[in-house]
Design a binder for this molecule. Structure first.
Ligand code: SF4
Length: 785
């Protein structure tokens, strides 16, 4: 219609062109550029393009037209150079008046976007109804209470003591903004903007708020109560009672750039728009634009770099990246799982992405495969093609947990991200993010990052008998608690790891599968990322194995083949010239925590229901246990063998309900071959399909109010089951609990632990696919064909 090829009695060509201009980019861009040559429509098309940001390579088409003398194309370039897309939007006002919706204690992302309602996440208005659905102090019906607060005539702001802990799910942000944000013109069922105030706001949640154009900030919220009306003075950093001078609290914005982000409608539109403006100004020979606030300079330092700073530096083409520097590292590997995947898909469509620029994007189905709803099945059918058509790699339902696969595709010393907060690479580094940022990283191949500071955890000494790696995982918060660097109380909570990079040294010979147990748990510390210093030998062993796995994937019909082949070549190139980055001896850390393994003489457990609440075994021994879960991305094949060897000697019924879920189908098939499935079955265990199972709690769940020992990642209230009390421990200790029906004393535990150590060499073997005949045969036949 805009081109005049067809007509309509209800829509003129001019209106059709205007409507094309309401799209954010993608399929509307080419016709709008074409219309710049149409005398009747060119002015409208130029106006539309002037505020369109998702232009990508079509920039060259506008440039060509301008150089050929098209005045409307020149007008578009000038509008981009002047940042009219930004300056035409209203500035942040001097004062914002809001009504407080106060949520006391900690709100984690499970409270905002409950796992059992994960299926409805892409339907934002529907999913928002599940926000805070579990009654808590002062909140019985969140939606009704928010609607009542709106009657005061002001927008409602989310105010909490600790906000957004837990996962990276953008659905948590979407739900908050559905109630507290603003409509987006021409985009239904989604909102942007809004205000979120927290005594502490979890870093990933903070970022997803920024991405959505909200104003998040941290301050002392103790003087704000449900229903208070407050005036926020964003430029002065003051919160006052409405229309009074009574000061409620002072605050500092994380950066002044936040004001630009709110004005632009979010961090992502700001980044893309700024790049478009810079590009147009460069073409027109103009200097840098002065309309944007830029991050301040970072103090120069002559000190060395940490491992994380070197890895990020490498991804940005420099020697190292100093903390607090804004950068855009290249994203080598991006992961997407199935409860956030549909939102990532929607964000990719919003970004008009038709092909990934990140080197490898992987999609999994680990959260929904076991007990899918019809909506999950539909997603499982459509999402693989969506990903593979853009050059990504898609797993299949039943394959297993995203991280256990994605880790096997990593390249040393590279950077990535993923839409799951446990995207925590054991080699290289990852910065997990919400679906908006993950889509941005996948589409553009870079990710905006304010380089975090680092906290070094250095292990020394020797691991004591009966002590496992999971105890080392728990030793990190345990030591931080002892030193006052971490506190349990949610009011005024201290957490030295929050938003920082956790860098781990002192266990360089761990297998990479083991190292992941440490990096995975950095999510529970609310760390922004994690690095582990490993020696070349375990990495070489892992990559040799993974090359075979990827070749086997091709033989089994996985796609996109070109992407998998490229990754194999890159792995082989590293193996041919294995160079690993290392931290400089004089690198600067925000804090150094030393853990002497000689001092850890009994297992450590995270107690109900806080992954930071670590206690030694002797303090909780004797607690009656109803259910035990062996599974999650924290487990590897060694854990299941250890448990199987203890269960094999068990006669009679277990006093507990035992759940077993291996992380991948490769673990499942190996455990079956070695007879462990027979042992688990005989013991009466409930065998779950490879995947997240109870860890996510969105499908099967433990019984209400039971006491559980779990090997999963986190024990937030209600995650594994309503009102469940969950201890997190090693698989070895969990297996003992399943046999005894209680948490054992130290002596009881050691009775079993000594049995495990007798056969440790056979138990703790990992999946080296290059040495496994069944995989090698398939690869050989592929090569032969
Ligand atoms: S096993 Fe748990 S932590 Fe790991 S990816 Fe699944 S839900 Fe997330």
């Amino acid at each position: 219609m805009a081109k005049g090829e067809v007509s309509s009695p209800i829509l003129t060509a001019a209106r059709a062109t205007e409507l094309l201009g309401t799209m954010l980019g993608g399929y509307n861009v080419a016709p709008l550029i074409e219309l710049l040559d149409n005398p009747a429509m060119a002015e409208i098309a130029a106006k539309a393009l002037s505020h369109t940001l998702l232009i990508f390579d079509a920039f060259h088409d506008v440039q060509e037209k301008a150089e050929a003398g098209n005045t409307y194309a020149k007008q578009v370039l000038n509008a981009w150079a002047k940042a009219e897309w930004f300056t035409n939007k209203p500035e942040m006002p001097q004062k914002l008046t809001v009504t407080v919706f106060k949520v006391t204690g900690e709100t984690n992302t499970d409270d905002l976007s409950p796992a059992p309602d994960a299926w409805s996440r892409p339907d934002i208005p529907l999913h928002a109804k599940a926000m805070l659905k579990m009654p808590r102090e002062g909140i019985a019906n969140a939606e009704q209470q928010i609607n009542e607060l709106k009657q005061k005539g002001f927008p409602v702001a989310y105010v909490g003591d600790v906000v957004g802990t837990g996962s990276s799910r953008k659905s948590a942000t979407n739900s908050v903004l559905w109630f507290m944000g603003n409509d987006i013109p021409y985009i239904p069922n989604k909102r942007e903007g809004g205000v979120c105030i927290g005594g502490k706001i979890a870093p990933i949640f903070f970022n997803t708020m920024e991405d959505s154009g909200a104003l998040p900030f941290e301050c002392d919220v103790s003087a704000m109560a449900m229903g208070d009306v407050i005036d926020i003075h964003p430029y002065e950093g003051l919160v006052k009672r409405h229309d009074s001078d009574e000061l409620v609290c002072k605050f500092e914005l994380k950066t002044d750039v936040l004001l630009d982000e709110v004005r632009a409608g979010g961090r992502i539109p700001l980044i893309i728009g700024r790049a478009l403006t810079d590009r147009a100004r460069k073409l027109l020979g103009l200097g840098a634009s002065t309309v944007f606030k830029r991050a301040g300079d970072v103090a120069a330092s002559t000190k060395g770099f940490t491992l994380a700073q070197k890895i990020v530096g490498k991804a940005c083409g420099v020697a190292g990246m100093r903390p607090n520097t804004y950068c855009e590292p290249y994203m080598t590997t991006v992961g997407s799982q199935d409860t956030t995947g549909p939102m990532t898909r929607d964000e990719l469509k919003d970004l008009a992405c038709l092909g990934f620029s990140a080197d490898l994007v992987l999609q999994s189905f680990c959260h929904t495969a076991a007990y899918p709803k019809p909506i999950d099945v539909a997603m499982q059918h459509s999402l693989p093609d969506f990903i593979m058509n853009r050059g990504g790699v898609s797993l299949r339902p039943g394959d297993g947990i995203i991280h256990s696969w994605l880790n096997r595709m990593l390249l040393p010393d590279t950077v990535g991200t993923g839409g799951d907060s446990h995207t925590r690479f054991p080699i290289g580094i990852s910065f997990p993010a919400g679906s908006g940022l993950v889509a941005f990283a996948a589409a553009t191949g870079v990710m905006p990052l304010d380089m975090p500071e680092s906290v070094l955890v250095r292990f020394k000494g020797t691991m004591q008998p009966g002590i496992t790696l999971r105890d080392m995982v728990n030793a990190i918060p345990y030591e931080a608690l002892k030193r006052g660097l971490l506190t349990l109380d949610k009011k005024g909570k201290k957490n030295v790891f929050s938003g920082r990079i956790l860098e781990i040294e002192g266990l360089p010979d761990l297998k990479v599968e083991q190292a992941f147990e440490l990096s995975d748990a950095s999510a529970e510390r609310s760390a922004g990322g994690c690095t582990i210093r490993l020696n070349e030998a375990p990495i070489r062993e892992y990559l040799n194995s993974n090359v075979t796995l990827l070749q086997w994937m091709i033989s089994q019909g996985y796609g996109d083949v070109r992407t998998i082949e490229r990754r194999i070549k890159n792995m082989q190139a590293w193996l041919a010239n294995p160079v690993l980055l290392e931290a400089d001896a004089d690198a600067e850390y925000f804090e150094i925590i030393e853990i002497n393994m000689d001092d850890i003489k009994e297992p450590l457990l995270a107690c109900p229901n806080d992954p930071d609440d670590i206690k030694p075994l002797s303090e909780v021994a004797g607690t009656v246990i109803d259910e035990v879960f062996l599974g999650s991305c924290m487990t590897n094949i060694g854990h299941f063998r250890a448990a199987g060897k203890l269960l094999e000697k068990q006669t009679g019924d277990l006093p507990t309900r035992l759940w077993v879920a291996p992380p991948t189908k490769m673990d499942q098939s190996q455990l079956t071959e070695e007879g462990y499935y027979g042992i688990f079955g005989k013991a009466g265990a409930r065998m779950e399909m490879p995947g997240c199972s109870l860890c996510m709690g969105n499908q099967a769940r433990v019984k209400e109010g039971t006491t559980v020992v779990s090997t999963s990642t986190r024990n937030f209230p209600n995650r594994l089951g309503n009102g469940a009390n969950v201890f997190l421990s090693s698989a070895e200790l969990a297996a003992v609990c399943s046999i005894m029906g209680k948490i054992p004393t130290f002596d009881e535990y050691m009775h079993y632990a000594s049995q495990i150590s007798e056969t440790a060499d056979d138990t703790y073997r990992y999946l080296n696919f290059n040495q496994m005949e069944s995989y090698q045969k398939q690869v050989d036949s592929l090569k032969a064909s």
